[in-house]
Write a protein that binds this ligand. Structure first.
Ligand SMILES: Nc1ncnc2c1ncn2[C@@H]1O[C@H](COP(=O)(O)OP(=O)(O)OP(=O)(O)O)[C@@H](O)[C@H]1O
Ligand SMILES: [Mg+2]
Length: 342
């Protein structure tokens, strides 16, 4: 009992200055109201005892509140709460309760975000190792076969070397994509924006792809817009985007045509690549921009692709404050488009 009173008084001692001021104020009021009254010993004793009792009550209340808050914080630390609704303080501490709830929600979200990041990193590493293994194993296989005697067989030696060579090209493309992705995601991708002629830019890229399209009997077309039309962007990075869109269109189109369309708007130019290819199932449309995501892994591997192209393209277009949009109908074709500032 005495110990409890001692700790109550000790806890209330933070308000000691205010308390003395209050006592002086009470004495002054008493003197003003009852002029005749002199400060007798019983009165002083009465004041002291009242003061003591008040200090004890204040201290008890303060300890109770601090304990309440301490318990809440300890429960948060021990992860006893699943949701912020379980955090409840006395009514007069509702302001503090709301602050603690918000802090709890933020910490919870931060932890979930970090866990998601950690999962993504592990998955990314697993994907990278898997993708690296495929060309390296192939190269190893061809070289071993050659060393085991095939090198002296003129019917296959050249073919095996060409295969091994193709795999080194794949490996090198994959490494370049990985470097791009890591540069983009660490924020180190340097952009260099300027105005350039969109018609000649597209025509140049198109010329490179005409032989590839012809090989597959696909018609590749482009109707230039107003001569000299300039757009604002990083020409090299945008080239990378268009190259991937065209490569995809050719890879995933078996017959028909591929068209590049330019549409001039007030402040923007809309650039689209449209194909009459296999199309993309609706359920996959949101996912094709994820790293390593391929709709049909077997087909993608057969036509060459690791699923990094659209992830890179999305980042590049977003760095231009724009968005890459896809519309597709399974079996009919796809259209990828984005806007650039004029
Ligand atoms: N024009 C298209 N028609 C049909 N499917 C497409 C088209 N473009 C992309 N896809 C689908 O989206 C996936 C992701 O495309 P993305 O360009 O990121 O990867 P990729 O072409 O497989 O490989 P990479 O571009 O890294 O060489 C592809 O694997 C394919 O399944
Ligand atoms: Mg691609």
């Amino acid at each position: 009992m005495w110990n409890e009173i001692k700790s109550n008084i000790y806890s209330a001692s933070v308000y000691f200055r205010e308390f003395i001021l209050f006592l002086v104020f009470v004495v002054v009021i008493i003197f003003l109201l009852i002029e005749k009254l002199t400060l007798s010993i019983p009165l002083i004793l009465l004041l002291l005892v009242t003061g003591f009792i008040i200090l004890n009550l204040i201290g008890r209340r303060r300890i109770k509140e601090i304990d309440e808050i301490k318990n809440i914080i300890a429960s948060i630390r021990k992860s006893n709460y699943k949701s912020s609704d379980e955090i409840i303080l006395s009514e007069h501490l509702s302001g503090l309760e709301n602050e603690i709830k918000e802090m709890f929600e933020k910490a919870k979200n931060d932890i979930e975000y970090l866990e998601r990041l950690q999962r993504m990193r592990s998955q990314f590493l697993a994907n990278v190792s898997h993708e690296l293994r495929t060309p390296i194993f192939s190269i190893q296989g061809f070289i071993e076969t050659l060393l085991n005697g095939a090198i002296d067989d003129p019917k296959v030696n050249r073919h095996f070397l060409q295969k091994a060579n193709q795999n080194t090209v794949n490996l090198s493309n994959l490494l370049n994509d990985l470097i791009d992705i890591s540069m983009i995601e660490s924020g180190e991708m340097r952009m260099s924006y300027r105005y350039f002629d969109i018609n000649s830019f597209i025509q140049n890229i198109l010329n490179e792809f005409i032989p590839l399209a012809e090989e597959k009997n696909i018609k590749l077309t482009f109707n230039p817009t107003k001569e000299g039309l300039q757009v604002f962007g990083d020409k090299d990075k945008l080239r990378q985007v268009l190259v991937n869109l065209l490569q995809n269109a050719i890879k995933y189109t078996d017959e028909g045509s591929i068209e590049i369309l330019l549409a001039e708007e007030k402040k923007f130019v809309n650039i689209s690549v449209r194909d009459t290819g296999i199309g993309i199932p609706e359920a996959d449309l949101n996912r094709i921009f994820e790293r390593f995501y391929r709709v049909d892994k077997a087909r993608s591997r057969a036509v060459g692709g690791t699923g990094l192209g659209l992830a890179i393209a999305k980042h590049i277009i977003e760095a231009h404050n724009s968005k890459i949009i896809v519309q597709s109908t399974l079996g009919e074709g796809s259209i990828f488009s984005f806007m650039l500032k004029k």
